[in-house]
Design a protein around this ligand. Structure first.
Ligand SMILES: [Zn+2]
Length: 383
């Protein structure tokens, strides 16, 4: 299992300029490599290999265009990226599709470079913090070491890393191979992403939606409106767009933080977790913000996946159809309007609607409701 660890970088002004220059050069290399491939394909009908392009890299670096300043292996990765793009392109042609040709990349949209750790990019331990947390990053071609905030220890040796620029902030993402833990036994739970709460657990617990989510929706609307009011192509528009992007990124960080804490908590408490399988196209919930809902759910599901794998837990995905319309006690299908906050059934079952859905999910995943005995696990529940 490969885990990604993302850390923020704090380059000086000079280092920032050098990093920008590096990405500009990598972008140029990418476009030149792409052009060469397209020409070979159009004029001779052949597909250049990565090997063929990489063998020319030395000569290209010697040509004095500035590429010789940067890491050789990072530039090889640029060529590998072209190779991947082309392989995907040909795979689609073989499937009978008609994909567009791989596109040239604009400098302003070229934001990342791949490195082999220890070769072109090195994490250095800071002596003052007695080899506890490394907090300096050396990159070939960049003067001095770059400050990096390693907010946690890497669980192993990182083999590769991605250097990335996002909204003028710099990050490094380390990829670390981690062994999966032994399967463990323990409590099971079903969870459902709630309508009013953030998630509901089949145990009856609901976890509140953080307060900032409402403010965030308002803040986003405000910035979208002010962008829409700007004259096309004006400086004001550029600034407004940057403000919207920075705000969206901030919300994304907050959401990731919330979901990281939630998934860490759940995988620590439960050995097996039942969730809805988003790949099964269920009946639409009729929610206004279904896309937002699904995006957050997909993010939480992937966090649960890897955190459970690391802790020896299991994630069971179930068919989501009808989870919110079924009574967990007697299996009766009972349609609810979105405004109905509680599940009340003729059998006497009275629960928070999201908790009831979580219990159905638990039933589908593990064949029983938590806290209920054999009797319940034998009873069939209609889907
Ligand atoms: Zn019932």
């Amino acid at each position: 299992m490969i885990l990604a660890y993302k850390f923020r970088l704090y380059p000086s002004r000079a280092q920032r300029q050098t990093l920008d220059q590096m990405l500009r050069d990598f972008c140029k290399l990418y476009n030149a490599g792409l052009e060469q491939r397209i020409a070979a394909y159009r004029m001779r009908g052949i597909s250049l290999s990565y090997k063929a392009q990489a063998s020319e890299l030395k000569a290209v670096r010697a040509a004095g265009e500035g590429l010789e300043r940067w890491s050789f292996t990072a530039e090889q990765q640029v060529l590998r990226r072209i190779d991947k793009t082309f392989k995907a392109f040909f795979a689609r042609i073989r499937r009978g599709e008609t994909p567009g040709f791989p596109r040239f990349r604009a400098r302003a949209r070229y934001h990342a470079a791949e490195f082999r750790v220890g070769d072109g990019l090195t994490l250095r331990k800071n002596d003052r913090i007695a080899n506890r947390i490394a907090n300096r990053l050396g990159i070939v071609g960049v003067p001095g070491d770059i400050k990096v905030k390693c907010h946690r220890k890497l669980p192993g040796e990182a083999k590769s890393a991605i250097l990335a620029r996002q909204n003028d902030k710099w990050f490094v993402v380390f990829h670390v191979e981690v062994a999966e833990a032994e399967r463990l036994d323990g409590e099971t739970v079903g969870i459902d992403l709630g309508l009013s709460s953030l998630v509901a657990l089949s145990t009856g617990e609901t976890i509140e939606r953080p307060n900032w989510t409402r403010r965030a929706a308002k803040g986003l609307r405000k910035r979208q409106r002010s962008l829409a009011r700007c004259k096309h192509g004006s400086r004001r528009q550029v600034k407004a767009r940057a403000r919207l992007a920075a705000y969206s990124a901030k919300i994304a960080r907050k959401r990731a933080d919330t979901l990281h804490k939630l998934s860490a908590n759940l995988t620590a408490r439960f050995a097996a977790i039942g969730i809805e399988d988003l790949n099964i196209k269920g009946l639409a919930r009729g929610m206004l913000a279904k896309d937002v809902h699904d995006a957050a759910w997909a993010q939480l599901a992937s966090m649960l996946d890897y955190k459970a794998a690391r802790a020896g837990g299991t994630i069971v995905k179930v068919d989501p159809r009808g989870t919110s319309q079924t009574c967990p006690d007697c299996g009766t299908i009972k349609a609810k309007r979105l405004s109905e906050r509680r599940h009340r059934c003729a059998c006497g079952c009275d629960l928070d609607r999201d908790v009831a859905a979580a219990q159905i999910i638990h039933f589908r995943a593990f064949g029983s409701r938590p806290g209920h005995g054999l009797q319940n696990s034998r009873r069939r529940v209609a889907a």
